[in-house]
Design a protein around this ligand. Structure first.
Ligand code: ADP
Ligand code: MG
Length: 439
């Protein structure tokens, strides 16, 4: 997170000197109120804050993700207004992104449960209470921002309080450490470090794909700890069988223990989460606004949190209360912006590379099965991820009229309903498109 200021240096390399001097030079990273996944910057005045939010926030988030692997929300505030709040947050919140340190706010108490995550919560709690016995390893999987890291660290915090030695690493950190020790010829210290812990938390293991040497070492670490009945907890954005390039012997180890998924929160859970976050951040939202946000925002809880903080920042900037209308305007602008940054071109490009067909074929009238499928997926995504109307999309793909588009939409929705794998494929492509959207 101390990276927040450094990222602005990176941004400097990507924009013109005059732009930098005008907007970014006076932007200050607010380390006290930021978190590793929510970066808060202070601009000198309202106008530049708004401008920076629309024009540069996404770029900053992108540069940060490249540096740290963390997909963070970027919020632009104005200077001096929130000093008090910042120092209040400072006392509550974790300031460190240094991975081996747990975020103290990620506890069982601060985790809101509902249908979508109750099983994962209960199992995690059981593991925290009796580590190394019943569910070892515990493997938690689910989409981005659904609470995997939170639950994993809740186990860690719980054990830390009991005096256990807890190691939390993202898989990438595990790997980097491994590489560093290989280079310096100090593998004995590496092994010593991991084998002396009581509980090992490995976050985002999906990045293990095709990293054979690290998989080997992880396999040994795993076996050693497991044979000593030390608890191991792993998270991933997908179940072990869907991690490409994961060696069978690790796959089967992961399946020995407990596999549990976290699903996207249903409406009531979203409402409860929004209420809790608002209270924790000292932001007042009435029920009308809460319900509106819950129904309008997606299932990524990190994004929901970012939106609440952004709403609050805007309400401070403009000195307006967060009424339903205020929230509607703010959210609609934001959603529009998000949509506009994705183009049909970028969708076609990603679909083509993911499905291994040519861009020109997708835009052609060819009827080969593979091409038709790619074209349909591109159309479906164009309709869902961009603000283009059906007639506009029809023109782009050289189709007669919008009825062809609406037919395609129905078709794809039917397949999504009946075929889980197809749905996963669509989600993955959509995710790729969204993460590339920086202009
Ligand atoms: P993931 O690791 O699955 O991408 P995180 O655990 O980092 O997601 O969660 C993203 C943010 O959402 C965190 O700030 C976390 O505290 C919050 N969050 C997720 N699920 C819940 C929940 N059920 N109750 C409260 N906060 C949650
Ligand atoms: Mg996570």
């Amino acid at each position: 997170m101390e990276n927040g200021q450094k990222i602005l240096e990176k941004l400097k390399e990507e924009i013109s000197q005059s732009e930098y001097n005008r907007y970014i030079k006076n932007l200050e990273f607010d380390a006290a109120s930021s978190r590793s996944d929510i970066l808060i910057y202070n601009a000198p005045n309202i106008l530049s804050a708004k401008w920076i939010q629309t024009k540069y926030a996404k770029k900053i988030a992108h540069l940060y993700e490249v540096q740290t692997g963390i997909n963070a929300e970027v919020v632009i505030n104005i200077k001096n207004k929130n000093q008090k709040r910042a120092s209040k947050l400072l006392s509550q919140k974790n300031k460190s992104s240094s991975s081996t340190i747990l975020n103290p706010t990620f506890t069982f108490e601060s985790f809101v449960t509902g249908e979508s995550n109750r099983l994962a919560y209960n199992v995690a709690k059981a593991v925290a209470q009796k580590p190394g016995i019943q569910y070892n390893p515990l493997f938690i999987y689910g989409g981005v921002g659904l609470g995997k890291t939170h639950l994993m660290q809740a186990i860690g915090n719980y054990r830390l309080n009991k005096g256990d030695k807890v190691i939390y690493n993202t898989f990438e950190q595990f790997m980097n450490r491994y590489i560093a020790h290989i280079r310096s010829n100090t593998m004995d210290r590496f092994r010593e470090y991991y084998r002396n812990c009581d509980i090992l938390l490995i976050d985002d293991i999906q990045f293990i794909s095709n990293k054979e040497q690290t998989q080997d070492e992880f396999f040994h670490t795993f076996n050693e700890l497991h044979s000593l009945s030390k608890q191991i907890v792993i998270t991933s954005d997908r179940p072990p069988k869907k991690i490409a390039g994961l060696v069978d012997r690790l796959k089967s180890r992961f399946e020995w223990g407990m596999l549990v998924s976290i699903n996207p929160p249903e409406l009531e859970t979203k409402i409860a989460i929004i209420k809790k976050k608002a209270v924790m951040d000292g932001i007042y939202l009435d029920d009308e606004v809460v319900n509106f946000l819950a129904s309008k925002l997606g299932s990524n809880i990190r994004e929901i949190e970012g939106t609440i903080i952004r709403l609050n920042a805007m309400s401070n900037l403009l000195r307006q209360k967060i009424t339903l209308d205020f929230a509607k305007n703010a959210i609609e602008d934001y959603m529009q912006e998000k949509k506009e940054s994705i183009t049909i071109d970028s969708i076609v490009e990603t679909v083509a590379s993911e499905l291994n067909v040519k861009i020109s074929d997708i835009k052609s009238k060819k009827r080969a099965k593979k091409i038709v499928e790619a074209r349909r997926i591109a159309i479906y995504l164009a309709r869902n991820l961009t603000p283009n109307s059906m007639p506009q999309i029809a023109i782009y793909f050289g189709m007669k009229d919008h009825s062809a588009i609406s037919h395609t939409m129905k078709k794809i929705e039917e397949i999504i309903q009946s075929d889980e794998n197809f749905k996963v494929l669509i989600d993955e492509i959509a995710h790729k498109i969204e993460s590339k959207k920086i202009s």
